[in-house]
Design a protein around this ligand. Structure first.
Ligand SMILES: [Zn+2]
Length: 297
């Protein structure tokens, strides 16, 4: 049991502080808010409406124990459930966004960024670093759906490019876990340029004989699908993930044709050959390790 501050009766005002540990080591009193898992012991699953025990959901890597729905998770949580404990070393954390267009919609982009940064504790919508998966070194990038829906602006593009270049230089497998609404409209053409920038960096990785495993989580849409998301040597999707360019409603409104059952879901895309494997979150680490070994990396 943790040492209680009240038991510190040595007369000093200095109260006993808990030891500084990584988030992984905390038990019983989480300090970080887990997105999409509301506070409280119980939560209602948005997939099957069942009341499920929050702790069980977290133990199952944010997957519903009743219906198997894979909840969206923050980039920080992604890193935590993907890498071997304590092995992840983040880089390029200092890269922060600007507001080049002074863009304003319902809210100024600068104000929106500040609010998102305060909410998530992240500078932007991606975390990149070097880590290990079952003892195998990788360069990992995870997009953050809790930060402006994981949208790709200049920071996501820059950090991802640095990650790709690092994988190329160090000849390490690159794993990118996408979860994004697409390009960030508040950065206009600057966000669209990131599609070309990341794709060009991936072409250089490919020329150097690198391995790129692209993991698509729900949702992966727009400019992310249209660039690096679909450029993996191997493309893995989480079950029932929505993957596409424009959303089904937009397509329906444009072409006025009834869309087939399961359109743009991972299973449909696998059937059509766009996705290689559908892997449950609990098996993702084993699958990444297996693919790295298979590719001889
Ligand atoms: Zn459920």
């Amino acid at each position: 049991m943790a040492k209680d501050a009240k038991s510190n009766n040595n007369g000093s005002d200095e109260t006993a502080r808990p030891p500084v540990l990584s988030n992984l080591a905390w038990e019983g009193f989480a300090t970080t808010k887990k997105p999409d898992v509301p506070e409280g012991l119980w939560m209602r699953c948005s997939g099957c409406e069942a009341m499920v025990y929050r702790k069980v959901v977290e133990e199952r890597l944010n997957v519903c124990p009743e219906c198997g729905l894979h909840y969206r998770v923050s980039a920080r949580r992604r890193v935590e459930i993907t890498c071997d404990v304590g092995s992840f070393e983040e880089f390029a954390a200092e890269v922060a966004p600007t507001d080049p267009l002074q863009f304003t919609d319902r809210k100024g982009y600068g104000d929106r960024l500040a609010a998102e940064q305060k909410k998530t504790g992240q500078a932007d919508a991606i975390i990149v670093g070097k880590g290990y998966v079952k003892g195998r070194p990788i360069i990992l990038a995870a997009l953050d759906p809790t930060f402006m829906m994981g949208s790709m602006g200049s920071v996501v593009g820059e950090k991802l490019t640095r990650a790709i270049e690092r994988a190329t230089e160090e000849d390490l497998p690159l794993v990118v876990i996408s979860c994004s609404g697409g390009a960030r409209m508040q950065e206009g053409a600057v966000s669209l340029a990131q599609m070309a920038k990341t794709s060009a960096a991936l072409a250089r990785l490919d020329e150097a004989g690198g391995l790129f495993i692209s993991v698509l989580a729900d949702p992966t849409t727009g400019g992310v699908t249209a660039s690096f998301g679909m450029l993996g040597d191997i493309i893995i999707a989480e079950p029932k993930a929505l993957i596409g360019f424009a959303g089904p409603r937009t397509i329906y409104q444009t072409i006025r044709v009834e869309l087939p059952e399961g359109f743009q879901r991972a299973e449909f895309l696998q059937e059509k050959g766009f996705v290689d494997f559908i892997v449950e979150r609990k098996d993702l680490r084993s699958e990444i390790a297996r693919l790295i070994d298979f590719a001889g990396k």
